[in-house]
Design a protein around this ligand. Structure first.
Ligand code: MN
Length: 227
């Protein structure tokens, strides 16, 4: 047994629908990937994608509640298709990209929108706006061998039963294959990496007591509540 100063951290895991656990390595997120959301944020929809990250231990599973985070007064939901990478690769060709996908889940890229706006204005990193504790609730991972590779289908989020966000996976500016191909030019993707693929229009603020229920047709659901 190595002489660790303290016990090594247990891996962060996401449950797999048919049993077993997916050990999370890193969480990559696409900055904007639906034209309508890009427009609502004041951006040109033709901009190439860019990436930011969340720490693996931002992931929250099992529908657990999350506390309203400190240092924000504008805590936003973003429903996203999450891609679970199952096979390592760099410089992956778009035509081969889906071979690297283990499965898919619904997830929430929870965002401190006020800190993000300040960071954008100052040209600063987004880490404290995006990569904070418990900022990535994720549902169960469905293996691609069970559900295929969903290219279209409704992606939606309800808050307290009222629809807030709705879109279609087919409206992604960069599809999953293109996103994997592009991201793998910058970093070597590894089994265990997750990619949150951007959110459709309708992002908005949540408050303590709100119940968030996201669904992606053909993939699954994600649920959390704000306490
Ligand atoms: Mn997002």
């Amino acid at each position: 047994m190595a002489d660790f100063l303290f016990a090594p951290h247990n891996p962060v895991t996401v449950p797999i629908a048919r049993g077993g656990l997916f050990a999370v390595r890193r969480v990559f997120c696409v900055g904007r990937n639906y034209a309508e959301h890009a427009r609502e944020m004041g951006n040109d929809e033709r901009d190439p994608p860019f990436f930011f990250t969340k720490p693996a231990d931002a992931v929250v599973v099992g529908g657990a509640a999350i506390p309203y985070p400190p240092k924000t007064g504008d805590f936003h939901h973003e429903i996203e298709l999450v891609v679970a990478i199952g096979k390592d690769g760099s410089d992956i060709a778009a035509a081969d990209a889906l071979e690297h996908v283990y499965g898919y889940a619904a997830g929430l890229d929870m965002t401190r929108r006020d800190l993000q706006a300040e960071a954008k204005k100052a040209g600063r990193p987004w880490d404290m706006a995006k990569g904070f504790d418990l900022s990535a609730p994720i549902g169960t991972i469905e293996p691609a061998e069970a559900i295929g590779h969903p290219a279209r289908g409704v992606i939606a989020l309800e808050v307290n039963g009222a629809v807030r966000q709705t879109g279609d996976l087919g409206d992604q500016i960069w599809n999953v294959s293109e996103t994997i191909a592009y991201l793998s030019q910058f970093v070597t993707l590894r089994a265990g990496d997750l990619i949150m693929t951007g959110t459709p229009a309708g992002v908005g603020a949540v408050a303590r007591g709100d119940v968030l229920e996201g669904m992606i047709e053909g993939v699954g659901t994600v649920r959390t509540s704000i306490i």
